[in-house]
Ligand binder design. Structure first.
Ligand code: ASP
Length: 308
């Protein structure tokens, strides 16, 4: 045990997960257990309307969850569009540890989780159902029928715990043995077209971890991230010598160069070297990140946005 543990995650609600996972991580527990535990705590929190239980459903009122977990290119697991289990990262970890595969989807993934002995859960909270009914009502009142063109409002995280509408929990942690792990969990974009899967469970888009070169995770408009494979790109740039800050900036610049950024769009990232040097950045204002070390436990603004 000679490394100082650290845990960094997307958004201010990341601290809910840190609170659950930090004591074990601080006392020598593994970073892999810590990132899973942190995601599970956030999944289970009904007040967080973008992840797990309490997340907002798809256009038809159905919940589906995505997530992944990663230690290295040869140790990663991912799951998408599960409808029966609250903790996608736990399913993803079992795929990583108990199969020869990396990713399972939909009904097959639910069946796998059941075989693994995980406990099925109902995913739609009463509050989320009410919000969906209200959204349907407003949509009809506005006469909008092109569902696929509707993006939710851009999330503004001012740290007050107010509703965010969308956002993924992405976590990077290093344990006392110097092992870097990452995980991502999301209910995806609210009111998404049924079947839509975003960046979060895609290794290289929503999350990438290389034990020798570092880790990165993304949140926000998944469609923008998937076109640039931002998490892989950030780790690749760090491999080539960029600091976390420079790597995030370059990867966000690629999004801006290649897309027309709409008012509803946002992408936020965090990146960390295997030594625990980290940074966070976003396309624009409204992003926050959570950081816990033996000396700190708080949520803060990212180091930069492209609009600064
Ligand atoms: N990136 C997630 C997705 O597109 C959502 C989010 O982070 O807000 O599914």
């Amino acid at each position: 045990m000679d490394t100082t543990p650290i845990m960094v995650s997307t958004w201010s609600f990341g601290l809910v997960g840190h609170e659950a996972a930090w004591p074990a991580l601080r006392d020598g527990g593994s970073s892999l257990d810590a990132v899973e535990e942190a995601c599970r705590a956030i999944d289970a929190d009904a007040n967080i309307d973008s992840v797990g239980y309490g997340g907002l459903p798809d256009r038809d009122g159905e919940m589906s969850l995505d997530g992944c977990i990663m230690l290295s290119p040869s140790a990663c697991g991912s799951v998408c569009a599960i409808k029966m289990f609250m903790h996608p990262v736990s399913v993803a970890r079992r795929i990583m540890e108990n199969t020869d595969h990396v990713m399972l989807a939909g009904a097959g993934a639910d069946a796998f989780a059941l075989e693994q002995g995980l406990k099925p859960a109902s995913l739609l909270s009463d509050e989320a159902k009410k919000k969906w009914e209200q959204w349907q009502h407003e949509k009809e009142a506005r006469g909008i029928d092109h569902d696929s063109k509707i993006f939710p409002p851009r999330p503004i995280d001012d740290g007050s715990g107010g509703p965010l509408f969308h956002d993924t929990i992405g976590i990077l942690a290093i344990d006392a043995n110097g092992v870097l792990s990452g995980a991502c969990s999301t209910s995806g974009l609210p009111y998404k077209v049924p079947g839509r899967v975003g960046d979060s469970p895609i290794i290289g888009s929503g999350l990438y971890v290389h034990p020798s070169h570092g880790g990165a995770t993304a949140t926000g408009t998944g469609e923008l991230v998937m076109g640039e494979c931002n998490s892989f790109l950030v780790v690749e740039l760090m491999r080539q010598g960029a600091a976390p800050d420079e790597a995030i900036r370059e990867s966000l610049n690629r999004i801006r160069e290649d897309n027309e950024i709409r008012e509803t769009h946002q992408v936020g990232m965090i990146a960390m070297t295997p030594q625990g040097e980290w940074s966070a950045g976003a396309l624009r204002d409204g992003y926050r990140v959570s950081i816990t070390t033996p000396d700190r436990n708080e949520h803060v603004k990212p180091m930069f946005t492209l609009d600064d």
